[in-house]
Design a protein around this ligand. Structure first.
Ligand code: MCN
Ligand code: CUM
Length: 787
């Protein structure tokens, strides 16, 4: 790599260091908990010790008598304000503070506002709640049994725990294909409940100004504009009197998409006391009560010829949604984008049905780099392909190569109706196999097996669908999935880009400046990115589902091109030629055929604000706005190879190598893309080997700290070996596809496939995540948890 590539390029796309890091590495970021306002009070939430119980009484008198307590709020108080229940992102309702029952351990029951954080916490102890415990539903498979306790008896006419049935694909055609297949491999598998666990927990500082009637909320949100609209709809506040500010965010990973009870209580607390109220949850509260992810019980069937041509896929899923259906999926997609479970393969037919159920666990669902459930879908199909390879006695790389979609099949319409925009899958898989020296690895493995050593090689090939909308097909609570951008160019040629999406660590202040820099030839250092403040940015649906680059990134390019076009008109007046005679090169318009006669974008910006007689169509500056409604999703993809060594006696898994070849189209900042991939790969190792949110049979949450809920560290991660192919998206203005969740989507299957491959001499065909030493040891003893 040359020095120029390694360090900041003067402008545009390239490995530029992150602009935001200057403040982050100096400890100068401003997170929600850094916000301190005059007279600010502190809130704390009283949570349910039971997973399922009726509330028969709450006595708050002692808490109210605490000298430092300013207010105590219960569900009944909120009911009086018509705020006891709030809509969820999936159109269900969720208790802000429980009134009738508690439905998961850790559910919010009361909110105390006090002069300091310690007093607020102390006062929680003074609240006396009478609970009448009810039997809980902990296992999703129990939820639909006729005698299962009904969790949501608040919903009128509700007599069971069923939420939705959703299906996709062609059932008859799929059954047909299965009937004539030589081989059908079936596998049950669980994608366990995990938690995004960002370093910064969730919180809010709410400030209701009674004089101006304006509510300002500094809050941990990935979607400030959507939050503002929801506050307006729920609380009946006028939307222009609500300002949501999402300052620096210490990791989101989906955890900060939804609205939590604590935010709403902080707003109510501020309204009642007339003072700003801060609420920050602690680690245990975060792990217990905010967005989970996954919890999909899946049965997959794959049909093939004896020669290894995959014919069809048939899948049933039981989805555990917890006590309130709070998943953030586009309205028409109750199972998210699970419909892409046909993966990267050319098959004849596919069918899948998903049933969602209530259980006595925390709500959530759009979390942990999920790509709207594509993580589950990719895990399913990539595990199934390996199970098929096992049953056929075929090499999993060869089986994949034989079935991958070919470049000439793009744009490819999948059997479940998704239009994959572009790809050269075989080239990407070949690159990964070459980087890994696959044949040598297999030879090494064979030699080790002779000696009784367990070494495994796992593959995964994934296709993602990121960048929701278009708005016609995708909305959340009726808000169409499009994004806005505004670009102002100051007289001296410096620019401000205002975005509706919001970074939680992905480096938007750098990459979005780079997009504009590339389009206009202004240095990225001269372009400020403003985001995360609804008073300062245009409306849009925010950052999740790796949609920022596909949607807001496109908006940034389009708005920059609009500025360029306006600049062209001004330049034509400056140069006294027709705009048709002008040609663009990065940073300037010049007269066709006369390179010397040109004006830089900076000169043009100054002239646009100056005394030049401006032509028709330009009022006095170059500024432009745009709303980008994507015509389709973008489909990044990748091929991963994982190598593990397994100690059969201890069950210890060592991830020795990990080769990841990602294709996210044009890379705006390759260094940031690699960082995103590194993080996602670590996530994947964590989920495959150690992460699960466990519950006991009473519904007690057993993962409430980082001693119990394990996150991967550098100790468990190998030195990642990254490669790339570049297949631009044909419909994205700069050919970029999203990448933020790719590695989390693709890597768990690669790791599990590697571990199962290592255990193959012991006859293991499948084992469920997380493959902890105990789980691997049991599998190696011939009693896999599930086969
Ligand atoms: N990028 C690029 N070239 C591309 C694609 C992306 O340079 N072809 C850059 C982007 O400009 C952006 C970053 O990579 O700076 C990620 O872009 P994108 O894939 O569009 O994803 P988002 O910005 O929408 O981020 C969301 C995604 C999600 S949904 C989760 S979950 C997750 C993830 O990002 N959460 C993260 N990565 C995370 N990284 C950090 N540090 N913190 C989180 O909370
Ligand atoms: Cu699905 S976790 Mo991300 O989309 O914020």
């Amino acid at each position: 790599m040359t020095a120029v590539e390694e360090h900041a390029t003067p402008m545009g796309h390239g490995r530029m260091h992150r602009k935001e890091d200057a403040r982050f590495i100096r400890g100068r970021g401003t997170y929600v908990d850094d916000v301190v306002l005059p007279g600010m009070l502190h809130g704390a939430v009283l949570r349910s010790p039971h997973a399922h119980a009726r509330i028969t009484g709450i006595d708050v008198s002692a808490a109210k008598a605490h000298p430092k307590v300013r207010a105590v709020i219960t569900g009944q108080d909120l009911a009086g304000l018509d705020l006891a229940w709030m809509p969820t992102l999936s159109g269900d309702v969720q208790a802000v503070l429980a009134t009738d029952k508690v439905r998961f351990q850790g559910q919010e029951v009361a909110f105390v506002v006090a002069e300091d954080r310690y007093s607020a916490r102390d006062a929680l102890e003074l609240i006396d709640v009478d609970y009448e415990p009810l039997p809980p539903v902990v296992d999703a498979r129990r939820a639909l049994e006729p005698d299962a306790p009904v969790i949501r008896d608040d919903l009128e006419g509700r007599t069971d725990n069923h939420i939705f049935d959703w299906d996709t694909g062609d059932k008859a055609a799929t059954d047909d294909v299965f009937a004539r297949a030589d081989v059908v491999s079936t596998q049950d598998m669980l994608y366990p409940r995990v938690h995004p666990a960002p370093l910064e927990t969730c919180g809010a500082v709410a400030d209701m100004d009674k004089v101006t009637g304006k509510l300002t909320v500094w809050t941990t949100t990935q979607a400030p504009h959507a939050h503002r609209t929801l506050y307006a709809l729920v609380a009946g506040l006028p939307e222009h009197k609500i300002r949501i500010i999402s300052p620096d965010i210490g990791g989101g990973f989906g955890n900060k998409v939804g609205i939590y009870s604590g935010y709403v209580c902080a707003v109510v607390g501020s309204t009642l006391t007339g003072k700003p109220v801060k609420w920050m949850e602690d680690r245990s509260e975060n792990l217990m009560s905010t967005s989970f992810a996954r919890d999909y019980h899946m049965r997959g069937e794959i049909a093939a010829t004896s020669g290894g041509k995959i014919l069809g896929l048939r899948v049933t899923v039981l989805a555990d949604h917890g006590a309130f259906n709070g998943t953030a999926q586009p309205t028409k997609f109750p199972a998210g984008f699970f419909g892409v479970f046909t993966g990267s393969y050319d098959i004849e037919a596919a069918y899948c049905s998903v049933t969602g159920v209530y259980t006595n666990k925390a709500p959530g669902g759009v979390a942990y780099a999920c790509s709207f459930r594509i993580t589950e879908a990719v895990y399913l199909v990539e595990r199934l392909v390996d199970v098929l390879a096992y049953d056929l006695g075929m090499d999993p790389a060869e089986l994949r190569m034989r079935n991958l979609l070919l470049p000439e099949q793009f744009p490819y319409r999948s059997k479940t109706g998704w239009e994959y925009d572009s790809g050269d899958y075989p080239a990407t898989l070949r690159t990964a196999l070459e980087m890994a020296h696959y044949d040598e690895l297999r030879a090494e493995q064979a030699a080790k097996r002779e000696r009784g050593e367990l070494m495994g090689i796992g593959l995964a090939f994934f296709t993602e669908a990121v960048g929701a909308g278009p708005r016609k097909h995708m909305d959340i609570l009726g808000l169409g999935m499009a994004d806005g951008a505004e670009l102002r160019v100051h007289p001296t040629g410096k620019a401000v880009l205002r975005l509706s999406c919001q970074s939680q660590g992905q480096g938007h202040e750098t990459t979005f400046a780079q997009i504009v820099a590339e389009e206009l030839g202004i240095s990225p250092e001269d372009i400020d990115v403003v985001h995360g403040d609804t008073d300062q940015t245009p409306f849009g649906l925010g950052t999740y589902g790796s949609r920022s680059t596909p949607v807001s990134g496109a908006a940034a390019a389009v708005v920059a091109r609009r500025v360029r076009e306006r600049a062209k008109i001004v330049a034509s007046a400056m140069l006294e030629v027709s705009p048709h005679d002008l040609e663009w090169e990065k940073g300037r318009w010049f007269v066709r055929g006369d390179r010397e006669a040109g004006r830089t974008i900076q000169e043009i910006a100054l002239a646009a604000h100056g005394d030049l007689e401006l032509p028709e169509g330009i009022e006095g500056h170059l500024d432009a706005t745009c709303v980008y409604n994507p015509p389709n999703l973008t489909y990044p993809f990748g091929a991963y190879v994982c190598v593990v060594d397994v100690d059969a006696d201890t069950g210890q898994v060592k991830v020795r190598r990990f080769v990841a070849v990602d294709d996210c189209g044009v890379r705006i900042n390759p260094m940031i893309v690699e960082g995103q991939v590194h993080g996602g790969l670590a996530d994947g190792v964590g989920m495959a080997l150690m992460q699960v949110m466990p519950f006991d049979e009473d519904g007690n949450h057993l993962g409430g700290s980082f001693m119990d809920y394990l996150l991967p560290t550098s100790m468990e991660c190998p030195s990642w070996e990254l490669g790339q192919t570049v297949t631009p998206s044909p419909h994205h203005p700069i050919g970029a596809k999203g990448v933020g969740e790719s590695a989390t989507v693709g890597s768990p299957a690669a790791v599990v496939n590697a571990v199962v491959d290592a255990l193959r001499p012991l006859g293991v065909r499948h084992a469920d995540m997380p493959l902890t030493p105990a789980a691997v040891w049991r599998a190696a003893q011939g009693s896999p948890i599930r086969t």
